[in-house]
Design a protein around this ligand. Structure first.
Ligand SMILES: Cc1ncc(COP(=O)(O)O)c(C=O)c1O
Length: 367
């Protein structure tokens, strides 16, 4: 069962659902900025938002059953040079959440294991539990039938480069097993993100399947990079076309709606948006950490420089709860490390532009 927040889980049913950030804003009359989700600091890209709004006018028609042309556009974005040979392994979903659940349902039954970090995004575990997997602890020496690693890891900010990631897969997955690698936050890496991504490792993925029957899936939530959590957009790059077809066979029809498809088809062309994302995210992240370090010398800040959030250990449950409460009262909610992650001295805050950060820092002056 998801871990219950001892104070409140807001609109989440703590017994049935996994807590996520991003719900508070709608219930605040002084809302300024949402620091509780890991979305892009630049908000929804204008060009794609315009395409999404325009698509409402043909929303009295069903979405295309083959998800085109958005699916191909995303494939071209992922593999500018190798689009033709790789694109048939890609399928879109109603957020990564739909695909996480579909792939875990299809996976060989048995044991499930998380990535090696202190904690990770919890929907993988929730789906494994719902599908009656035996959950192995993070430090188990046993290989699992299904292993899920979030890379970069939300919330801890850990990141494995490809050689380490491949070593982890070999050491933790049984022959015939499934591996789900979540690269939702990986495109923040840099303009060279593709070369560092598992999506570029065609030969390796083929070899793992041919020689060990290990199926490696690369999951993406596109709702963070392109700041469109309300639209629900995700994808999975499957190890083979047959795996993609197996997902297609059970996926509900039209799971990605007209508006989300129009948004995706436009957003992949917005190079300016990505350039400013790569340029400014590490700068704002560093500035925010520097300011917080001055205010709270005892706090410890985790995560790679390019990430869209900061994972902070305040060193005290009471301080973290107060930080959450003060941020909430000032209209700048942050995510507590307590619900789901069970790390109550931690808070996670999104990287945001300096004027918004100032509101949060003002709120924390009385901490
Ligand atoms: C690492 C990671 N993967 C997947 C998801 C699910 O995203 P969505 O269903 O919005 O695409 C999230 C959302 O927070 C996430 O942080």
């Amino acid at each position: 069962m998801p871990t219950a927040d001892t104070t409140s889980n807001g609109p989440w049913d703590a017994k049935l659902q996994q807590f996520h950030g991003g719900q508070d804003w709608a219930h605040m009359d002084n809302f300024v900025e949402d620091f509780s989700v890991t979305t892009n600091a630049f908000g929804m890209p204008d060009s794609a938002m315009a395409a999404a709004i325009q698509s409402i006018s043909h929303s009295h028609h069903y979405p295309p059953a083959d998800q085109e042309p958005a699916r191909s556009s995303l494939a071209r974005f992922l593999w500018p040079a190798e689009f033709e040979s790789e694109q048939n392994r890609l399928i879109l979903g109603n957020g990564a959440s739909e695909l996480i659940d579909l792939v875990i349902r299809m996976a060989p039954k048995g044991t499930w294991k998380p990535g090696p970090f202190r904690t990770q995004y919890k929907e993988y575990e929730r789906s494994a539990r719902n599908n009656n997997f035996e959950l192995l602890p993070v430090d188990s020496a046993d290989k699992a039938n299904v292993a899920c690693l979030v890379n970069p890891c939300n919330p801890t900010g850990d990141y494995l480069e490809l050689p380490d990631l491949k070593r982890w897969i070999s050491a933790n997955v049984l022959p015939g097993g499934y591996v789900l690698i979540d690269e939702s936050m990986q495109p923040w890496h840099s303009a060279e993100f593709r070369e560092h991504s598992l999506t570029s490792q065609h030969e390796y993925i083929r070899k793992m399947y041919d020689e060990y029957s290990i199926s490696i899936f690369v999951m993406h939530s596109w709702t963070k990079l392109w700041c469109c959590t309300g639209l629900r957009l995700g994808s999975v790059v499957c190890p083979t076309v047959d795996h993609m077809r197996a997902i297609k066979k059970v996926q509900v029809p039209w799971s990605v709606n007209v508006v989300a498809l129009a948004f995706l088809n436009a957003v992949v062309a917005d190079e300016t948006y990505l350039r400013k994302t790569w340029q400014m995210t590490p700068v704002w992240r560093r500035q925010t950490i520097n300011l917080l370090q001055k205010m709270f010398p005892g706090w410890v800040f985790y995560g790679r420089d390019f990430l869209s959030w900061i994972w902070v250990d305040t060193g005290s449950e009471t301080t973290a709860q107060k930080a959450v409460d003060l941020a909430h009262a000032a209209g700048v909610p942050v995510r507590s490390g307590r619900p789901g992650y069970n790390l109550p001295s931690f808070v996670r805050l999104a990287v945001r532009e300096p004027t918004k950060v100032n509101v949060l820092l003002d709120a924390w002056k009385s901490l």
